[in-house]
Ligand binder design. Structure first.
Ligand code: HEC
Ligand code: HEC
Length: 135
């Protein structure tokens, strides 16, 4: 009853389709973006591997703590005290002031679009890119 030939052909065709993304791109992926780390500050509020994978959870925690509990100071892993603020701490001039070269670089690559900037103000662009408007 079973037609072995057809089943095998079917499996082969299936495999070709499944592995299409691998052989079509020769197993390569687009080059990872180069994110620019802050020059002045050498440490974030938590160690780098933690920030890489957990920064979104930490930001949520900061937001909930500041907005709902009213607690705004955060003791970092190195014992330093920080104000839990997206704009004034994370994006401050000594840290990730260049959003386009850090957050955006990686989010564009991974297809992430945080909605935070619907309300929060992005750091000002470098004067070279966008001259200050005179009022
Ligand atoms: C609908 C508008 C809105 C959106 C969207 C929004 N926030 Fe906020 N956020 C606020 C307001 C209003 C406050 C209160 C400001 C204060 O009291 O300092 C706040 C406060 C915060 C704070 C603490 C205070 C500070 O200065 O940063 C953090 C952290 C924060 N938000 C993170 C986030 C993150 C992360 C996102 C995106 C995932 C986000 N917010 C999206 C409106 C928003
Ligand atoms: C090395 C890569 C990388 C960098 C740099 C980076 N992010 Fe992310 N971010 C991610 C990835 C990946 C996700 C999605 C994780 C997920 O969906 O589980 C994410 C998610 C987020 C989210 C949650 C968005 C959502 O809709 O759930 C927020 C908020 C966020 N990032 C804020 C920032 C901010 C602010 C910066 C810059 C100070 C930044 N990120 C820098 C990789 C990065």
């Amino acid at each position: 009853m079973y037609d072995g030939g057809k089943i095998i052909t079917g499996i082969i065709i299936g495999l070709v389709f499944l592995t299409f993304p691998i052989w079509y791109t020769h197993g390569t992926v687009p080059p990872r973006p180069e994110v620019k780390l802050p020059v002045k500050e050498k440490e974030c509020v938590e160690p780098r591997p933690y920030m890489k994978t957990k920064h979104m959870q930490l930001l949520d925690l900061w937001r909930d703590s500041a907005v709902r509990v009213g607690k705004r100071s955060y003791i970092a892993f190195n014992g330093k005290k920080y104000n839990m603020s997206l704009q004034n701490t994370c994006m401050s001039k000594d840290c990730h002031a260049k959003k386009t070269e850090f957050c955006d670089e990686c989010h564009n690559y991974t297809g992430v679009v945080p909605y935070c900037w619907d309300c929060h103000i992005e750091p000002k662009k470098e004067p070279k890119e966008k001259p200050e408007e005179k009022h």
